[in-house]
Design a protein around this ligand. Structure first.
Ligand code: SAM
Length: 214
């Protein structure tokens, strides 16, 4: 069973390295429209509703794309004192800035130091980790951006035949909940909750998770 699921567990080599930035720069213009039509904007709103009401002064969205996940946070929980958006694609960050003009942006990859950024109350990360060669170290890096007691809201591709089509286009991996939970726990997260998306393509290709730094 596990081997059937884990055949999805590594990104396709063609999507590695600098190629990914060029792919996402080129995709930036139609991105928001595309994810909206597929139902991800609704799915992200649904996931943010599942987060606990708690003060969040510092919020970071990693691999923000056009800012859809961060925007869902703001719509559900209000604008934090400091919202920071990062991405490897300047074109994506440009689109995110139009959506969330008061946010700070940084062209940065997971693993970069993000100098001067204080420990965060909330880290958001949607559909980024599955693009990386070392998802375990990416999750550890996300964990280390959080203040103790902080919360990670994660969207992660899941195995499904639809994901195989997405993967063919984007070269991403996909993780079953058992595997995702193990990786999150090994990264130091506790109180890990799976939040399946309920409708349309997001329910087939992706899962939401909420996890905490102790
Ligand atoms: C599938 S898109 C998701 C965008 C957005 N989070 C959303 O859900 O709409 C992946 C995003 O992650 C960015 N990205 C890819 N590798 C990254 C890395 N190593 N560090 C930070 N961002 C990365 C891409 O440029 C792209 O904008």
């Amino acid at each position: 069973m596990l081997s059937r699921l884990t055949r999805f567990d590594r990104p396709r080599p063609a999507a590695q390295a600098g190629a990914l930035q060029a792919i996402y720069d080129a995709a930036a213009t139609g991105w928001q429209d595309g994810i909206s039509k597929l139902g991800f904007v609704t799915a992200y709103a649904e996931l943010m509703q599942a987060t606990a009401h708690r003060p969040a002064r510092h919020v970071l969205d990693v691999g923000t794309g056009t800012g859809a996940f961060a925007n869902a946070w703001v719509a559900a929980r209000g604008h934090p004192d400091a919202l920071t958006l990062t991405d490897i694609s300047p074109a994506m960050l440009g689109a995110a800035t139009k959506r969330l003009p008061t946010a700070s942006t940084r062209v940065a990859a997971i693993g970069d130091p993000l100098e001067g950024l204080p420990p965060q109350d909330v880290v958001l990360c949607a559909h980024v980790v599955e693009h990386l060669e070392n998802p375990a170290s990416a999750l550890r890096w996300l964990h280390d951006r959080l203040a103790p007691g902080g919360m990670l809201v994660l969207a992660l591709s899941r195995p499904h035949w639809c994901t195989a089509l997405v993967r063919w286009r984007w070269g991403n991996a996909a993780y079953a909940p058992t595997e995702a939970r193990t990786m999150l726990a090994q990264a130091g997260f506790t109180d890990i909750a799976l939040h399946p998306f309920t409708k349309g393509p997001p329910s087939r290709v992706s899962h939401g998770y909420i996890a905490h730094r102790p």
